[in-house]
Design a protein around this ligand. Structure first.
Ligand code: FES
Length: 291
């Protein structure tokens, strides 16, 4: 049986296609090279389809002048791009080292049992996609659960299952920090595509566990040493203050030994700006090539 040719056109209706095209133009305008807009474009199609669909891949390829295979290669590399319909809420449990030992593994296991789904699987009602996630730089609030990338700090198996139940019941939930509420996966995807929902400044970003070191330093009037205080002590070897080797003096830009003066090792090193397609020459970028 002959293998059918792959589709080459999207199946979006006219209104959706017009809206996507306008948003894509706004994304492409942010970059000197259209293909640089691929990552936000993938979030954009997720904001419409709820995942990176076949149509979304073709749309990105058309808009950016690249192949569907190139789009797929990127979409399958990053875990934030979903290749199947995502739930309304992604519930991510940090099971990176610190959260894991503080209870993250137990939270994930309890949620998985409670919801009847495993990693990157979605509940039958389409409400929740459960995920293991990596460290979200919130280790001071471990163990952390994220709902569509909003923080729910210091969770327990009980609090996490209660949170999941409220999400499935359609109740409003409030993150511990940051925005005052949780939006849907599609709404979040549009923000990640670079279209503000006006909520970036809601709530508190850094709570007390994050700021306690700063508070203690202020109470004790501790300050960072000024550059003058970093001068080497009398008798110390030259270069000790900067952490460099003894006797070392950093070359100025363009001087022998500076990075700008190094011998080109690839063809693109000899191009203006140091890489293909960069308009204009960065100061000193081609000096090595002139030698
Ligand atoms: S290990 Fe979980 S936020 Fe860092």
């Amino acid at each position: 049986m002959p293998i059918p040719a792959p589709p080459t056109r999207t199946r979006y209706d006219a209104a959706t296609l017009a809206s996507l095209t306008a948003d894509a133009a706004a994304i492409v305008a942010r970059y000197p090279d259209p293909r640089s807009g691929l990552l936000p474009m993938l979030h954009l199609v997720q904001s419409v389809d709820g995942y990176v669909s076949r149509d979304g891949i073709l749309f990105c390829a058309e808009q950016l002048g690249i192949t569907a295979a190139e789009v797929s290669a990127v979409a399958t590399f990053y875990t934030q791009y979903k290749r199947h319909p995502n739930g309304t809420y992604t519930v991510g449990v940090c099971t990176n080292t610190l959260c894991a030992v503080m209870g993250g593994d137990a939270i994930f296991d309890e949620l998985s049992e409670h919801l009847g789904v495993g990693h990157d699987e979605t509940t039958e009602d389409g409400a929740i996609t459960l995920e293991h996630i990596e460290c979200n730089a919130a280790c001071d609030y471990a163990p952390v659960v994220m709902v569509n990338w909003e923080f729910f700090d210091n969770q327990t198996p009980e609090s996490a299952t209660a949170l999941a139940d409220r999400l499935r019941a359609g109740e409003a939930v409030a993150p511990t920090r940051g925005a005052a509420s949780v939006c849907t996966f599609k709404q979040m995807s549009r923000v990640l595509a670079g279209f503000s929902d006006g909520r970036a400044d809601e709530g508190t970003g850094a709570g007390d566990p994050t700021l306690i070191g700063l508070r203690i330093a202020r109470e004790n009037m501790w300050t960072a040493p000024s550059p003058a205080e970093k001068e080497p002590a009398e008798g110390a070897p030259a270069g000790a203050a900067s952490g460099g080797p003894a006797g070392a003096t950093a070359p100025k830009p363009g001087e022998p030994g500076s990075s700008a003066a190094r011998t080109p090792t690839t063809p693109s090193d000899a191009l203006p700006g140091g890489k293909p397609g960069t308009p204009g020459a960065a100061p000193g970028a081609s000096k090595g090539a002139e030698k």
